[in-house]
Design a protein around this ligand. Structure first.
Ligand code: ASP
Length: 455
């Protein structure tokens, strides 16, 4: 059996929902469908999840949000009308959102979770109703009833191990199951969402739990590309890549797949295929455990902006036992995680996601580093981008770092930092944000220019 997950752009309107149901019905092995909330219908449209965030926030602030509620209901109404599902389902959806608005607002994180989850939950109900109307034996599946248990961490759920056994029981079901993505339930019974883009995670958990033969992830591109098609003209398509490669690229900015989504599928050895709802006959990209990498040691180049560096210099830092721990404790006390920490003998840089910093946090951090660690220099630099070369073949191929650095320097792009992960599946460069597109093109030219498809 196969589990198919459809992203927001695949379900943005009635026309897309018809394509998706056709895809489900053309292959009888597709038994479970995991769905996102309706996404954007055009570039200037708003995703339903974003409308729901506006709705929840407006209600928390003003105690009323009629206009925002109407915007959400209108999205579902236009879908229901075009699919000719009848008025009653629109009233049920309106009542569902009204009930979510009345939820206890004393914990805003929890309040927002149950509001956001309404996007996928109501979409799954609409799709189940549409399939039933077509005469298909289909059923909406509530994640609580299915036993999808998660940690109690609002907006940041992690799946609990017992979930997989619970989900295995769904194999016995005869109907096509329509499973809403993006949320599960804590043991307390409270609804908790995954991070944004988390329907990919649900799909992977469901595929792993059911021990599916394939997890198909339908999106709006024919395949995963070696570089961002918005930056590099016609980048080559990736036909096969490993879980690790996809995870690294997703982490470093490839929007096609959530970076946490691969682990459940990987642990149960479920192959993953990224496919296009608008061109379902294209073979897509297969993500598997191993690939032959002699020909293509590098599989892709990703880049992400919005990083800051906490730079610290102290003479004889290398001899001071516990220096790193104390430095990281200061960040931990401010609830800040870090991405990389390249260091020299007398200095170190902690690279972190800029979004976690506020002016108050910055001055507290610097103040504590200066007084508690007695450093010679400490400052924060902003506006960094991380550019990452990813490929399983890198550790067996001599000269990749040299070629990459030369490509950047030939293009006069200054390198601020180099970091080769211990796994040697990725190599990253810290550069200033303003150079990022130029750097992607320079590296693409160096490693892929003559290729069309990566096998
Ligand atoms: N609807 C959620 C979001 O926009 C989850 C998802 O689509 O994967 O983040």
């Amino acid at each position: 059996m196969k589990v198919a997950k459809f992203g927001g752009s695949s379900l943005a309107d009635a026309g897309q929902i018809k394509k998706v149901t056709d895809i489900m019905l053309t292959d009888s092995e597709r038994r479970v469908m995991v769905v996102s909330a309706p996404g954007k219908r055009s570039d200037d449209d708003t995703k339903v999840t974003d409308l729901l965030i506006q709705l929840g926030e407006a209600y928390l602030k003003r105690g009323e949000a009629q206009q925002e509620l109407e915007a959400v209901v209108a999205r579902y109404k236009s879908i229901a009308d075009e699919l000719e599902l009848g008025e009653d389902i629109v009233s049920t959806i309106r009542e569902d959102f009204n009930e979510r608005l009345r939820y206890d607002s004393s914990h805003p994180g929890e309040y927002m979770d149950q509001m956001k989850a309404g996007g996928e939950d109501n979409n799954a109900k609409i799709i189940a109703r549409y399939l039933q109307q077509l005469g298909v034996s289909a059923q909406y599946m509530n994640p609580k009833e299915a036993g999808l248990l998660v940690s109690d961490d609002p907006g940041n759920a992690q799946v609990l191990a017992e979930t997989f056994d619970h989900l295995y029981k769904l194999r016995e079901r005869e109907e096509i199951l329509i499973f809403p993505g993006f949320f599960g339930y804590a043991k307390s019974g409270r609804l908790v969402t995954f991070p944004r883009g988390g329907s990919d995670i649900t799909g992977s958990i469901v595929a792993a739990g059911l021990q599916a033969s394939l997890y198909e992830n339908f999106t709006d591109v024919d395949s995963v590309y070696a570089a961002n098609p918005g930056v590099v003209e016609e980048p080559c398509e990736i036909k096969r890549m490993t879980y690790r490669e996809m995870r690294e690229l997703s982490y470093a900015g490839f929007g096609v797949f959530h970076d946490e989504a691969l682990i459940p599928a990987f642990r149960k050895s479920i192959p993953v295929c990224v496919k296009n709802t608008n061109n379902p006959n294209a073979p897509g990209t297969m993500i598997i455990a191993e690939r032959e990498h002699a020909e293509n040691p590098i599989i892709g180049i990703a880049a992400d902006k919005g990083f800051s560096t906490v730079y610290v210099r102290k003479y004889l830092m290398n001899r001071e036992i516990g220096f790193g721990r104390k430095l990281l404790t200061i960040l931990e006390d401010e609830d800040i995680s870090y991405e990389h920490m390249p260091s020299g003998i007398d200095d170190t840089s902690v690279i972190l996601d800029e979004g976690q910093l506020t002016p108050e946090k910055e001055s507290r951090i610097l103040q504590r580093i200066r007084t508690e660690l007695e450093v010679d220099d400490a400052h924060i630099e902003k506006g960094y981008a991380m550019i990452m070369l990813v490929g399983e073949g890198m550790h067996e191929t001599v000269g990749i770092a040299g070629r990459a650095a030369a490509a950047l320097s030939d293009n006069k792009i200054p390198i601020e930092m180099i970091n080769q992960g211990s796994s040697e599946v990725s190599l990253s460069f810290g550069i200033y944000e303003e150079h990022v597109d130029h750097a992607i093109c320079a590296l693409y030219e160096e490693f892929f220019s003559a290729k069309k498809v990566l096998q």
